[in-house]
Write a protein that binds this ligand. Structure first.
Ligand SMILES: [Zn+2]
Length: 127
């Protein structure tokens, strides 16, 4: 049996995020957080599959490629988006998928990811 995450603990820690915490938890429980690990360099790319497609996330920056992050967080109105919160929780409770790659695949992978995000942006803008 897969152990359930310690919700009480998570709510105590992140409860002040309210709705954002719920969205982040839904993300984590649906295994939307993915680690792409490249060998032998051990470079890591984290992505989060959100409602608007894959987002590139980086906790160390912190950075997320979503619009909320761009407008609200860069704009100083918010400290993070639910993708980044999901990433933090996923790491904390160890609930994410790891996909192994070789280093040769690093650039093509990044290109594909960025292209997807650009296309998503265009679709959104044309609506
Ligand atoms: Zn985001």
């Amino acid at each position: 049996m897969i152990p359930e995450p310690d919700y009480a603990n998570l709510y105590a820690q992140y409860g002040h995020y309210g709705k954002k915490l719920e969205k982040a938890l839904r993300l984590v429980m649906s295994r939307g957080v993915k680690l792409h690990r490249f060998s032998p360099s051990q470079r890591e790319i984290w992505t989060v599959v959100g409602r608007e497609g894959d987002q590139l996330v980086d906790e160390s920056q912190p950075y997320c490629s979503c619009r909320h992050f761009y407008y609200r967080v860069f704009g100083g109105k918010d400290d993070l988006c639910y993708h980044l919160l999901g990433l933090r929780i996923a790491k904390q409770i160890n609930k994410y998928d790891t996909v192994e790659f070789i280093d040769l695949e690093y650039l093509p992978f990044l290109e594909l990811l960025l292209k997807d995000m650009v296309n998503l942006g265009k679709e959104r803008n044309s609506r």
